[in-house]
Write a protein that binds this ligand. Sequence first.
Ligand SMILES: [Zn+2]
Ligand SMILES: [Zn+2]
Length: 388
Amino acid sequence: MILDIIAQQASFKGLTFVGTGDFLHPSWMKQVQAKLEIVEEGTFEHPRFGTRFILTVEVEDDRRVHHLIISPSISSAEGLYEEFSKHSKDINLDGRPSLNLSAPEIVEISRDHDCLVGPSHAFTPWTSIYKEFDSISSCYEDQVDKLAFLELGLSADTLMADRLMELESVPFLSNSDAHSPWPNKLGREFNRFELSRPVSSEMIESIREKKGISLNVGLDPKLGKYHMTACSKCYSQFLAKDAEKYGWRCKSCGGVVKKGVLDRVSELADFESPLHPDFRPDYLRIAPLSEVIALALGCSNPRSRKVRRTWNRLIEHFKDEITVLVDADLAEIEETSGPQVALIIGLFRKRQLDIDPGGGGRYGRLKIPEELIKAQRPGGQRTIAEFS
Ligand SMILES: [Zn+2]
Ligand SMILES: [Zn+2]
């Protein structure tokens, strides 16, 4: 995860802007300042690939809940570092430092430095707000009105989160925290903004004003690794009531069973089906292109050479992943990489692929629907037109 590679791979994905991550880490910030050019205060650009960056960091509070902070400038980031370093033992070591501060204290200090702050991956079962608390107000107390956003996380989407009444005035961010720079990890989730200029100050303003985010885009929550309640060792899935009965221990291997995001949302939900506030943008479900190609080619490994060859051909032709997944003409995809890939991308767009849902820390997997497998048997060939 070095800036040159992140910037290059972001352009293949189709991302204009990427969060720097880790802006409290002194040597990472040195890299940001050495490798990137300043477009204007708080907006950085990679000189070769043109990818822009905004200052972001995740921190852990004294209850092990994670919060995302977005900074408008280097001076705000430095001010925050100065303050937080008084309350952290690992701020110079860990990109996501642990702070000996409560959630309300973190919000207050961040806002004193003009930063936006909100809960990270809000529903995941390890280090999120809803793992630890039943409501945002019990976590953020008197600072709850100061939250700028809530990050949905890979295993949840707008349809799930808008079942909670307390989130009706909170903007959602669909970000994914990449730990490797390749397009099957970078930008698994992203936000589309309508801005007059692609700069950090406008992005921050539009989150603050709840009016610039025009689309949240992310994994189908079933592809997330904590969607279902499941064992964290052998990944057997359980109904929440059974898991509770067995004391959150796995019946087959004795491992710890983790409550899935779906069950957690259902527990907290005020509404049976989502109630979206007026400002809430649509949520578009996507998957990494390499996984869609792997499915089309019958490869189990989305990083295999065969998958990469097809991926390269598509990116050379269409420039970036999002275009291929969402916008490109299917006939043109067929010309570039064959009928099978075009067929699967068509099914993907119409949400006709099946998914084996993830849980317990294992990602969900895309599957070709049974009826299509039957249709593909000799004598049963069907054309793309019949499926798309
Ligand atoms: Zn985190
Ligand atoms: Zn197990």
